[in-house]
Design a protein around this ligand. Sequence first.
Ligand code: AMP
Ligand code: MG
Length: 504
Amino acid sequence: MTIDAPPKPVSSLEPTFAFDNSYARMSDRFFVRTNPTPVAAPRLIHLNRALARELGLNAEALSQSAAASIFAGNRIPSGAEPIATAYAGHQFGGFNPKLGDGRAILLGELIAPDGRRFDLQLKGSGPTAFSRRGDGRAALGPVLREYIISEAMVALGIATTRSLAAVTTGETVQRETPLPGAVLTRVASSHIRIGTFQYFAVRKDIDGVRELADHVIARHYPDAARSASPYLALLDGIIARQAQLVAQWMLIGFIHGVMNTDNTSIAGETIDYGPCAFMDIYDPATVYSSIDEQGRYAYGNQPTIIQWNLTRLAETLLPLIADDTTIAIAQAQAALDAFSSLYSTTYSDGLRAKIGFSTAHADDLALGQDLLQRMHRNGCDMTQTFRALCDAAADEGNDQNVRALFANPADFDAWAITWRQRLQLETTTPQARREAMRAVNPAFIPRNHLVEETIAAAVNKDDFAPFERLLKVLEKPFQDQPVAQRYSLPPKPDEIVRATFCGT
Ligand code: AMP
Ligand code: MG
């Protein structure tokens, strides 16, 4: 697609980006037009060719240097209309009325061959009107962390923004120490956040809130348009997607780390990977983020926090829901009240599947939670325990591999008695049960110490081989990969990572 430019001869080196930039066509209160700031020496670290194909990008035709130049922001693909979007947000509970894309630029929206629409965003692409005191840049470490973890989430079956490319800039960014700079190309259903609604609501710009809500309905919740009360149906839809998303995080041991309202996606995708991490030892109080001193965003708090965030969203929609504020509040409250059962359904179904039950019985959730409590008391690695349980579910002879993970193996034995009684009610064969469990209990997660190890090799030694190896293993998290056994193991005592950093 070309806008205002003479047609170019078709060259096999010219990638085609099917842009259709609906957000850039909205009124100008939503963004500031801004081009990326070119970098000194872009070098392609990694291009996600599978994702490029999904998006209909002709990646094979892209030379390394052309890809580096595009994904660094040095060359703007034709049809792009770069903008920095406006948003506000509650950060650790405190409201900031003006955040916005301070170090990200939305190039535009791509229409994939299957008709789906995706934002193409550069993160770390230079200052914008929203940069405040920041430099608009990203360091290599956080770029690799986001790349690894977002793509791992895809393979784990969890809704997420994706990573299309990572490049180094040939420049350093000044943090506590000078660090190599990088740019991440992020792909998302959209980058609209709860904080985007808050930006207009706090300015009492009801027309802005309505324009945004109409855009979101058309783009993400088309069914809501057919409802008698579209804006209430929109709220219902966002609540349902977030309830499902956070339940999935909980089932897999994911800790987002910075669940601010500006980091909560309206489309229901995991977004803004900062100091996020997966738990090794199961403990609901786990916090890794170095900036989360009070543990606000601890693993076990995530379902409560998302409800708090959704309540902030509901407040912005009140004027659209009904003219009478009392009625609007009552309706929004009823929508928020539905969260608990939506969340519990995904969580209970997921936990039931993790412990091998294909049918539903009354005490299943309690039995699953009892196991989690025992894992907590016994310092069990979450991922390893559920994975070992798959074999135990097929054959009692394999119990020893689970028992061995418990500080006091008798604590598992006591639970296993009730579990085996319950398994009697199942009609599937033990082998089928094992397979079903192995499809929901991964062998591989992006463990903190592995992520840190790959970042250290890249940052300190310019060695990206460990990054490539880790990505490859995490593409198939549910398959045993004997050669990659090391990646399935929890950290040794000297490898434990206690804090993660945004590093931005
Ligand atoms: P985040 O921590 O990624 O959720 O970002 C919170 C806010 O700070 C957003 O408005 C970002 O755009 C902004 N921000 C983060 N890092 C930078 C940076 N290096 N330069 C400018 N703005 C930044
Ligand atoms: Mg953010």
